[in-house]
Design a protein around this ligand. Structure first.
Ligand SMILES: [Mg+2]
Length: 385
C-alpha cells in the first residue's frame, strides 16, 4: 500500500497578503495549504517550520493522528498562530489524500449533501455612489448576497450622527434592489457594547441577512445582552480557533451563525467538527474566507458536506487584494465560476484546484508586507480596525 510518506514542505509568501504551503510525498503527490494569519505571515511561517518536525517522514494518510499530534503534542495550544499553521498543514494533508485516492475531498467527508453552494462577497467604499456601483457589479456577476462594513472607526460611545449614518448604505441598496439582494453587515468588532443596541435598532427596518461580530470575540459575554435585544441573526467566529473556543457560545445560545475560517480554525478536520457541534444547537454555518484559493476550496468542501452551511464568503474583488485576485494563482480558475450566485461541486481529486506554481514562484520574489491599518480616534486614542 502507498504510505504517502511526507518528504518535504515548501512555503510561498505572495501578494496580496497570502501564504501557500506545498507538501510533497516521496512518490510525488503534492498537497496545498494556506497557513496564514493576515498581517502575521512570517510568524505563522516560523510556526509551520517548527511543527514540521512532527510530520516530516510520516504518512500523509494519517490526517487525524497528525492533527492530534500538532494540537496536543505541544504543551501550549490554540490561538491564531498555532491553529492557522495547523489549518494549512491539515488542508495539504486532505488534498494529498484525495489525490492519492482519485476523489474530491467532499467524498472523503461523507459525500455531498448539496450540488452547489450559494456565495457572497464584499462590497464597500467611502461614498454611497461607490457602494451602489459595486453592488450593481456584483449583481451583474450573479451574486444574490453581499456584505459590507457597518461603520468606519467608532468611539467607545459615539455621536447620534454617526449612529444614524450607519443605515445610509443599506437603505440605498434596499431602495434599488428591494428584497432581492441579501445584505449582511459586518461590525468587524469595531463597536463597543454600549453602541451595539442603538446601531442594531437603526438597522432593523432594513432586515440585514445577519450582523457579524457585533462585538469582539473576547467580549462574547456581551452577546447575551445583544442577542436578547434583536431579531437580526447574529454571526460570530472568524476570530475563534477551535471547537473549545466555540462550545461556550453554542451552549449559551447567543449566536445564529458561526463563521470559522478554514485557514485559522484548525483546517478542514476541525471546522467539520465545529460545524457538527453547531448543528446540534440548530446553528447555521457560513465559513469566513477573505483569503486565497486553497482556503476557499477547503471551505467549499466543508459546505458541500455540512447540512447547516447556508452561504460561503469569497474574497473575489475584495479591497485588500489590490492588483491580485483569487484566481491569479490557479490553473483551473473555471472551477470557481459563478452560476446564478452559486459555485458547483469541485469534482477534481483532492481540494479540486490546481495551483500555478510558476506564477507562485514569480510572485514569491515580490512577497508582501501586508498588515492591517492602525486606526486612531480624533483624540489620538487607538480605535478598533
Ligand atoms: Mg468579518
Amino acid at each position: 500500500m502507498n504510505t504517502l510518506q511526507i518528504e518535504k514542505i515548501e512555503l510561498f509568501k505572495v501578494p496580496p497578503r497570502w501564504f501557500f504551503l506545498k507538501m510533497t510525498t516521496k512518490d510525488g503527490i503534492v498537497g496545498w495549504g494556506e497557513p496564514v494569519v493576515e498581517g502575521r505571515a512570517d510568524t505563522v511561517e516560523a510556526c509551520v517550520h517548527e511543527l514540521s518536525q512532527y510530520f516530516l517522514g510520516g504518512s500523509a494518510s494519517s490526517i487525524e493522528d497528525i492533527w492530534q499530534t500538532l494540537y496536543r503534542g505541544g504543551f501550549y495550544r490554540g490561538g491564531p498562530i498555532l491553529m492557522s499553521a495547523l489549518a494549512g498543514i491539515d488542508q495539504a494533508l486532505w488534498d494529498i489524500k484525495g489525490k492519492s485516492l482519485g476523489v474530491p475531498v467532499y467524498e472523503l467527508l461523507g459525500g455531498a449533501v448539496r450540488q452547489k453552494m450559494k456565495m457572497y462577497c464584499w462590497i464597500g467604499g467611502d461614498s454611497p455612489e461607490v457602494v451602489m456601483e459595486q453592488a450593481q457589479a456584483r449583481v451583474n456577476e450573479g451574486y444574490r448576497a453581499v456584505k459590507m462594513n457597518a461603520t468606519a472607526a467608532f468611539e467607545w460611545i459615539d455621536s447620534t450622527k454617526k449612529i444614524k449614518n450607519v443605515v445610509k448604505n443599506i437603505a440605498l441598496l434596499r431602495e434599488e434592489f428591494g428584497d432581492d439582494l441579501d445584505i449582511a453587515l459586518d461590525f468587524h468588532g469595531r463597536i463597543h457594547k454600549g453602541m451595539v443596541k442603538p446601531i442594531i435598532d437603526e438597522l432593523t427596518p432594513y432586515a440585514p441577512m445577519f450582523v457579524e461580530e457585533p462585538v469582539l470575540s473576547e467580549n462574547n459575554d456581551s452577546l447575551t445582552h445583544i442577542y436578547s435585544h434583536t431579531s437580526i441573526p447574529i454571526a460570530m467566529g472568524e476570530r475563534m480557533y477551535s471547537r473549545w473556543d466555540f462550545k461556550e457560545i453554542l451552549q449559551r445560545g447567543v449566536v445564529d451563525i458561526i463563521q470559522p475560517d478554514l485557514s485559522h480554525a484548525g483546517g478542514i478536520s476541525e471546522v467539520r467538527r465545529i460545524a457538527a457541534m453547531a448543528e446540534a444547537y440548530d446553528v447555521a454555518l457560513a465559513p469566513h474566507c477573505p483569503l486565497g484559493p486553497v482556503s476557499l476550496a477547503s471551505a467549499l468542501h466543508i459546505d458541500f458536506t455540512c447540512i447547516n452551511a447556508f452561504i460561503q464568503e469569497s474574497s473575489m474583488g475584495i479591497h485588500y487584494n489590490e492588483g491580485y485576485d483569487l484566481l491569479d494563482y490557479m490553473e483551473n480558475p473555471e472551477v470557481f465560476d459563478l452560476k446564478d450566485g452559486y459555485i458547483s461541486l469541485l469534482k477534481e481529486p483532492g481540494l479540486g484546484i490546481r495551483i500555478n506554481e510558476e506564477k507562485l514562484r514569480e510572485a514569491q520574489k515580490i512577497g508582501h508586507q501586508w498588515s492591517n491599518p492602525v486606526w486612531r480616534n480624533q483624540d489620538g486614542s487607538i480605535a478598533e480596525w
